[in-house]
Design a protein around this ligand. Structure first.
Ligand code: SAM
Length: 268
């Protein structure tokens, strides 16, 4: 039997299927999620249920979003979990998470995400940051490093700024390829994301911040004077309290937000 077949299911590469099977890793992830019966829990990509089952055991209920019709069907027929799951056979990238929010209760979202779509899926979820209490995601270790990097680090870039605009982000667990079937080529890590209050970001449109990041990190070897020449002069950068001879990776997230706020005001 090949590494691709796990519990009678052949992993589908197009759905980014790498199934967790290491009980120690699964326990650590569930501990990080800390599911409680009063939580509104949502799992993206439950697959064969490696994390689903222990979470349901603790919480008694769970909503799952699974794109693979066969896997959704399997969960529907699961002898223990079936009655405790609300199953959406759907694409999480197009899913309206707001429909799951309950009065006075935000969502706790988690999953071992398909790595091929992890960045666009994260951006989709950031749209719902105000409806989410926390998120725990298994991702490529390198992606977690970029999300949590501070300014001055080599891995600091657009994903760091955009993630930290929406959330406090911290790595929780590192996981080697051997914990999965089939084993991925890369190392993985779980990141914890706690959305920041909307008051910290409501006057900065995401699209403007994204544009500032693109201008900056597409040319990360250049100085800010050159990176931002499309929309600000060196004098204007100085007026924002920023040295235009710095390079983009030297700017803090707060400084990026400040530039986006300034640019948005200019364009109004
Ligand atoms: N949670 C399981 C585990 O840890 O063993 C499976 C993780 S596997 C890396 C990713 C899961 O996400 C698969 O079950 C896959 O079918 C599902 N998936 C892939 N693309 C998806 C999408 N766009 N929306 C929802 N689920 C998706």
């Amino acid at each position: 039997m090949t590494d691709k077949v796990h519990l009678g299911h052949t992993a589908r590469k197009r759905f980014g299927q790498n199934f967790l099977h290491d009980p120690v890793v699964i326990e650590r992830i569930v501990k990080a999620i800390n599911p409680k019966p009063t939580d509104v829990l949502v799992e993206i990509g439950p697959g064969l249920g490696a994390i689903t089952e222990p979470v349901v055991e603790k919480a008694g209920h769970l909503t799952v979003i699974e794109l693979d019709r066969d896997l959704a069907q399997r969960l529907q027929e699961h002898p223990v979990m079936a009655g405790k799951l609300i199953i959406h056979q759907a694409d999480a990238m197009k899913f309206d998470f707001r429909q799951l929010v309950q009065p006075g209760k935000k969502l706790k979202v988690f999953g071992n995400l398909p790595y091929n779509i992890s960045t666009p899926l994260l951006f989709h979820l950031f749209d719902y940051a105000d409806d989410i209490e926390n998120m725990h995601f298994m991702l490529q270790k390198e992606v977690v490093e970029r999300m949590t990097a501070g300014h001055g680090s080599k891995t600091y870039g657009r994903l760091s700024v955009m993630t930290q605009f929406f959330c406090h982000a911290m790595p929780v667990v590192e996981v080697g390829p051997g914990a999965f079937k089939p084993a991925p080529k890369v190392h993985s890590a779980v990141v914890r994301l706690i959305p920041k209050p909307i008051s910290e970001r409501q006057d900065v449109p995401v699209a403007v911040l994204n544009r500032v990041c693109l201008e900056a990190f597409n040319q990360r070897r250049k100085t800010l004077r050159n990176c931002f020449s499309n929309f600000a002069t060196a004098e204007q950068i100085i007026e924002m309290g920023i040295d235009p001879s710095l390079r983009p990776e030297q700017l803090s997230v707060e400084q990026f937000i400040g530039i986006a706020r300034w640019l948005h005001q200019q364009e109004q």
